[in-house]
Design a protein. Sequence first.
Length: 149
Amino acid sequence: MNEAALRKAAAGLGVELLVFTAAAPSDYPAAFAAMRAQGAQALVIGATQQFQRDGKQLAGLALEARLPTVCEWAYMAHGGCLIGYGPSRIALRKRMADQIAQIFRGVAPGDIPIERPTVFEFAINLKVAKSLDLIVPPALLARADEVIE
C-alpha cells in the first residue's frame, strides 16, 4: 500500500490518517502506545516483508489495543486480522510462471509487460469481529471470498 493513496482515500472519506513507523519488532509496543495516545480507531497492516513475518504478533497487539485491522493479504485474516484484502497470491504466481515460461521460450525479459494484479481476495475473520464487539453487515459477508468463524 502506498501512503499517498491511503491519504487520498482517507481524505475522501473524511478520515484522518495517522502514520506510525516500526523498524523492528522491539518498536511495536511503542508504536501501539502512540496509536492509543493519538486516538487511532483502526489499523492497516501493509504487505511489507517484516509485517508479513510478524503479522500474528501485530494482529495480537492490535486486538489487545481493540483496534480493528485491515491487512494487505487475505490469508492474514487467519492470523488475526479482522479483514484481509489483496491480490490473489495464486494468480500472481501463475502470472509469474507464465512470464518465466515466456523467457524460456526466448522472449526477452524487457519485452514482457509489467502487469497489475487483476484478481483480488477478501477475507473476514468473524472471531476477531466478535472479540471487538463488531457486527459485520450481511452485505459485506456476502462479498467476502472467505469468512473465518
